[in-house]
Every structure is written in structure tokens, then in C-alpha cells.
Design a protein around this ligand. Structure first.
Ligand code: ADP
Length: 484
């Protein structure tokens, strides 16, 4: 297939693409011309054959009539040699543009219409066979003539063979007749081919009209009219192509819309802390002689908001970076249990601050092909959430397990849980279940979006089971060996 394409491209001038009309028209012409040429050849061939056959039969019949006349006239015995028979033989030879030779029992030629071999002997195989009762009829294809032998019986009741008529006649005349028929047929073929070419060009234009129509619509789309109705029903192919383009455009529109939504979300998210800072600062400024404690409290709030802004920007940058380097996974063999231990060690101070217990349960040793930095970020987000959305005195249990193909990291908590109707949406960027609580906990709303992205990059999957108020379990499953 690919080879075929390459060969086809070899015949293409650079920058020049042949129109589909050309092969369509050529095919139409070929489908007309090839059968026509074959038919003409076959017809002329069989006509030539039947003409030759009927000529041979005709000559043989005439010679048989002549032979019986000679028998009756006792020609070879010289009973009646008044020349009538000779001129009849001569006339017959002339009519068929041939030569008739009469051979007697002694193989001597008694009559030759060419008058060059009289009295000579003709001892040919065909003549001998004919004396034995086997007349022959042979056609020489290369030299275009046929030769026949016909026995001459004697006129006694015994009916012995007393001579042989040897006839040779040329078929050149039939051949030249056929040649002239062939010339006429060729002329006719040319005429039909020309007509076919014109008809094929017209047919190709008509047949490809739906494609032209589709092209016109696509040009409109390319010019920016994305809402152009491009469905073209002419053929199944045009319908399928237009449907495929339609769904591509729909997807593009969705991507464009989600990009716009993202930009507006980002602006909103970035503005929120700034608005809070402004409100805090303004109210401080509006207060005359505010006590130092109040200043301190407000400044702490302002500092928190700045942290929040910083966290949003950091997460945004992380997400953009992951999206940009999608193909670039920095893979290495990593001990997953060690990786999870490090994460828990880093997050323990936060957990302690909230009085949440962190438990690690490793069912078995696991090493896998992963991007350590990215996966560490993904798991950290899950554990951090499990701590954040927990209640004081609660616990977070991280379990590491594996089978022969995948490893699993389960992050279970005793926290507030996630209502069922929200579970599909929490992986969306900036989506939060409880807007106010997230704000207090300082989340950016991007953590789970980053986590899911990283897991998908590793060809893995993430599952959530949770009930409102009854804790949550996030389970991620990643292949032990990365398969591109
Ligand atoms: P955030 O920065 O707000 O935590 P995430 O993307 O990490 O953003 O999480 C999205 C939302 O999903 C959170 O705002 C929270 O409402 C909910 N959520 C995530 N993890 C948990 C959890 N372990 N328990 C309860 N709710 C959770």
C-alpha cells in the first residue's frame, strides 16, 4: 500500500496534483475501449476462419461434382477427350484462383491447369492416401493457401479409384477482404473512443459533483464560517467525510469553549485573593487608631491570601507544564513504597497540625517504571486532600499493593466524604465541592486535575469511592512497565 503510494508520488510533478477526474475518466474510457477492441479482434478472427472454412468446403464440393462428371465421362480412360472436361477443369481453377492437377493411376499428371507439370509424376503422401480412399483437406496458415485431394472413381460397378484431383487455392483474397473490414472497424473504433472520451469527461464531472460541493463548503469553513452546514449526502463517502469533519469542528469548538472557560476561571481564581486582600487592606485603612492586635490579625489574613494566590499560580504552572510535556515522561525504576514513605514524611507536620493520623500499609515490595517527580506530585495531592478534608482525630491510610501487571496506591480517609453527584466533577479544573471550605484550607481547585493528568500519562486509571460524611477512598492503578 505504502509502496503503491510512493510509486504514485514518483509520477507527480512537485506541486502538481492530478484531479480525481482524470483517473475516473481514464477508467471509464478503458472500460469502454478494451471490451470493444477485444470484441472486434475476436469477430474479425472468427469471420476470417469461417470464410476460409466455407471456401474450402465450397471448393471441395465443386471438385467432387467435377470428379463425378469425369467418372461419367470416362475422362481418365480417354473415352471422351473433346476438351469440354478440360475447359471445365480450367474454369473451376480460375474461379477459385487456384490450380487443379489430375493424377492417374500411375501417378502421372494428365492435366495441370498451370500447364507446367503435365506428364510428370506426382507421388505425394496425400495422393497415395487418396488412392487408398482417404481424401484430404489441409490449410497452410503461414502461406495462406489450402490443398485438397478428391478421388476420381471409374465408371465400372466396382467403383475403383482411377485418379486423383489435387486442388490448391490461395486464400489471399479472403485475407485482403478481411483487412479492409479491419480497417473500417479500426476507424469506427477510433470514432467510438473519441466519443467515449468526451462522454467520460462529462460523466467524471457529473460523478464528482458532490465532492466539489463538499470542497466548496469546506473552503467556507476554512475561511472562518465554522457554522456552515457541511453535510453532503451525494454519496456515502461524501456523507462520511462531511460527518467526520463536522465532529472534528464540534470538538474544536468544545476545546475552544473549554479554553475560554479556563481563562475566565483562572482570572476569577486569581482575582479572588486579590479582592480579599483589597477588602482587608481597605478596612484597615478605614479604621482610625486600630489596635496593633487587629493590624496583626488582618496582616495574617492578608499573608494567607497571598499564600493562596501563590499556591494557585504554582498549581497552574505545574498543570501547564504537565500538559506541555505530555510526551516527556522521565521514566525510571522507582521503589513505590519508598516513594510513598517520603511523601508521608513530608506531609506528617501538616497532618500533626490537624491532628490526623497517617498510616502506611505496604502489602508487598513494588518497583515500577514511572516519572518519579510527577507521580510524587499526584500522590501528594491525594494525601494532602485526605488530610485537608478530614476531621480532627481522623486518620489517613495509604496502601501500596501490586499484581503481576499493575501497582495500586489506595488513599483512604475518615474525612467528610464526597456526595455521589459531585464525584464525577471533582477532577475538573477549579471544581470544588464546598467552595468556602476549600478557601479556608487554601486549595487551588487544581490538585485532582493534576493528579488525574499524571495518572493518565502513565496509562493508568483513578477510581473514587465515597459517601457524603463517610470518608473517601481514591485508588490509582498504574502498569508496572510503561507501554508507549
Ligand atoms: P482543592 O485544591 O480545592 O483541594 P482539588 O482538585 O484537590 O482541589 O479537589 C477538588 C475538590 O474535591 C475539593 O475542593 C474538595 O471539595 C473535593 N475533595 C478532594 N479530595 C477530597 C477528600 N479526600 N475528601 C473530601 N473531599 C475531597
Amino acid at each position: 500500500m505504502e509502496n503503491g503510494m510512493k510509486r504514485w508520488q514518483m509520477f507527480r510533478l512537485p506541486g502538481f496534483l492530478v484531479s480525481l477526474k482524470v483517473p475516473v475518466a481514464i477508467l471509464l474510457v478503458l472500460f469502454g475501449v478494451i471490451p470493444m477492441t477485444l470484441c472486434t479482434q475476436m469477430l474479425i478472427g472468427s469471420l476470417r476462419q469461417s470464410q476460409t472454412d466455407s471456401r474450402m468446403v465450397e471448393v471441395q464440393n465443386q471438385c467432387q461434382i467435377l470428379s463425378s462428371k469425369m467418372t461419367r465421362a470416362g475422362y481418365l480412360r480417354g473415352d471422351l477427350r473433346d476438351g469440354t472436361m478440360d475447359s471445365e477443369i480450367q474454369a473451376l481453377a480460375d474461379v477459385y484462383n487456384g490450380r487443379i492437377v489430375v493424377v492417374n493411376k500411375d501417378f502421372r499428371i494428365v492435366q495441370d491447369t498451370f500447364h507446367i507439370a503435365e506428364r510428370r509424376f506426382l507421388v505425394a503422401e496425400e495422393v497415395i492416401l487418396c488412392f487408398q480412399g482417404e481424401s484430404s483437406s489441409k490449410y497452410n496458415k503461414e502461406k495462406h493457401y489450402f490443398a485438397q485431394t478428391v478421388p476420381i472413381y471409374d465408371n465400372t460397378p466396382v467403383k475403383g479409384i482411377e485418379g486423383v484431383l489435387v486442388i490448391t487455392a490461395s486464400t489471399e483474397e479472403i485475407l485482403s477482404l478481411m483487412d479492409s473490414v479491419y480497417d473500417k472497424a479500426l476507424f469506427l473504433q477510433l470514432l467510438v473512443t473519441l466519443t467515449l472520451m468526451l462522454a467520460a469527461a462529462a460523466a467524471a464531472t457529473v460523478l464528482l459533483r458532490p465532492f466539489k460541493e463538499l470542497q466548496r463548503k469546506l473552503n467556507q469553513v476554512a475561511a472562518g464560517a465554522l457554522d456552515t452546514e457541511i453535510r453532503t449526502e451525494g454519496y456515502r463517502e461524501t456523507r462520511d467525510i462531511s460527518q467526520a469533519v463536522e465532529s472534528t469542528i464540534t470538538k474544536l469548538k468544545e476545546v475552544d469553549q473549554s479554553r475560554q472557560e479556563f481563562v475566565s476561571n483562572v482570572s476569577h481564581e486569581l482575582k479572588t485573593p486579590i479582592t480579599s486582600i483589597r477588602v482587608l487592606a481597605d478596612s484597615l485603612m478605614g479604621m482610625e487608631d486600630a489596635p496593633v492586635e487587629l493590624y496583626r490579625e488582618f496582616m495574617e489574613d492578608i499573608s494567607d491570601e497571598i499564600d493562596r494566590e501563590g499556591k494557585i499560580i504554582d498549581d497552574l504552572l505545574a498543570l501547564v507544564k504537565i500538559d506541555k510535556s505530555e510526551a516527556e515522561l522521565n521514566l525510571s525504576q522507582v521503589d513505590i513504597v519508598v516513594l510513598v514513605k517520603q511523601i508521608l514524611k513530608r506531609l506528617r507536620p501538616i497532618a500533626n497540625k490537624r491532628n490526623v493520623e497517617l498510616i502506611l500499609e505496604s502489602i508487598r515490595e513494588v518497583t515500577a517504571d514511572i516519572d518519579e517527580t510527577k507521580l510524587s506530585l499526584a500522590i501528594s495531592n491525594l494525601v494532602e486532600n485526605a488530610i485537608k478534608y478530614n476531621s480532627a482525630g481522623g486518620w489517613v491510610r495509604v496502601t501500596v499493593d501490586a499484581d503481576h501487571k499493575f501497582f495500586f496506591v489506595k488513599v483512604a480517609d475518615s474525612g467528610i466524604g464526597i456526595p455521589e453527584e459531585e464525584q464525577d466533577r471533582i477532577f475538573e479544573r477549579f471544581y470544588r465541592v464546598d467552595k468556602a471550605r476549600s478557601r479556608v484550607t487554601g486549595g487551588s481547585g487544581l490538585g485532582l486535575a493534576i493528579t488525574r493528568r499524571v495518572i493518565l500519562m502513565h496509562k493508568g486509571a483513578i477510581k473514587l469511592t465515597s459517601r457524603d460524611g463517610e470518608g473517601s477512598v481514591f485508588t490509582l492503578r498504574i502498569p508496572l512497565n510503561y507501554i508507549a
